[in-house]
Design a binder for this molecule. Structure first.
Ligand SMILES: Nc1ncnc2c1ncn2[C@@H]1O[C@H](COP(=O)(O)OP(=O)(O)OP(=O)(O)O)[C@@H](O)[C@H]1O
Length: 251
């Protein structure tokens, strides 16, 4: 299968700090790529560069051959890239239905009015939130806010979905529901980039992973192989891993 999203040589510096330094990967439709790395390694910045929240200093982000790097976020959203945020961003004083229907305006061919509301209800059903269609978004529980944020991203009818720790903070039952939901989106043909620290979810969902460390590409490949790579283990555990190995050697 040929890739839908091509990221190449992506770079972003904040003053002297190079947050993303030459990142590259590809994701095909129906594929889930895990974007992993310890805290501060540049994952959210990478999503910000792909979605247009930040402009890259260098590099290329192509969607089906169309260059996205440098376009404003609203253009990138219309071209088919949607995202969720690590800190959920819903419009708290609006109902769930209104939150999702508002997103429909940003589809490639905007959808408005009664049609937007009926599609919004379908999406709320899809994410398990139909029961709260008329509740204020600000009154929702944490998991339901996450469901709403996903429905709002899906309202754009995206081809690429960027999930920033969407599965974090869920209890075990919610996590299994969340994994099933993400899987169903993959089956629908979305190309998904999953930034995630919940390793059960990474194992369950990601075909392949890219691991970043201090902004740089550290490892990439099939999930099980990448997560067993000593370089990756060391990047995650740092000093602890080295001292654990040293203790094991001396035991
Ligand atoms: N707007 C900004 N201005 C200055 N520095 C920033 C900015 N955004 C991110 N950084 C820095 O860039 C580096 C990468 O941050 P980023 O949030 O992308 O990492 P992350 O891998 O997503 O981390 P986490 O897993 O903790 O969310 C960090 O050192 C961070 O402090």
């Amino acid at each position: 299968m040929s890739a839908l999203l091509h990221v190449q040589g992506l770079r972003k510096a904040f003053g002297g700090l190079v947050a993303v330094d030459g990142l590259g990967f590809e994701v095909a439709a129906g594929d889930i790529l895990g974007l992993l790395g310890p805290n501060g390694s540049g994952k959210t910045t990478a999503l910000n560069l792909i979605s247009g929240a930040l402009e890259p200093d260098a590099g290329s982000v192509r969607l089906d051959g169309v260059e996205l790097a440098g376009l404003p976020a609203h253009r990138i959203a219309r071209l088919g890239v949607a995202r969720t945020f690590q800190l959920v961003r819903v419009l708290p004083s609006m109902s769930c239905l209104e939150n999702v229907a508002a997103g429909m305006a940003f589809r490639p061919q905007g959808v408005f009015g009664a049609r937007a509301r009926s599609l919004a209800i379908e999406l709320l059903e899809r994410v398990g939130l139909a029961h709260a269609a008329h509740a204020h978004a600000g009154d929702l529980t944490y998991i339901d806010q996450k469901r709403l944020e996903l429905a709002r991203a899906l309202a754009l009818a995206p081809r690429v979905l960027l999930l920033d720790e969407w599965l974090a903070g869920l209890n075990p039952t919610e996590l299994q529901e969340g994994i099933a939901l993400v899987r169903s989106l993959r089956e629908q043909g979305l190309a998904i980039v999953l930034v995630e620290h919940v390793m059960d979810a990474v194992h369950a969902l990601c075909d392949r992973c890219v691991v970043m460390s201090a902004g740089r590409w550290l490892a990439a490949g099939p999930t099980a192989r990448v997560l067993a790579d000593p370089k990756v283990v060391e990047a995650y555990l740092g000093e602890d891993a080295q001292s654990l190995e040293a203790k094991a050697d001396h035991a």
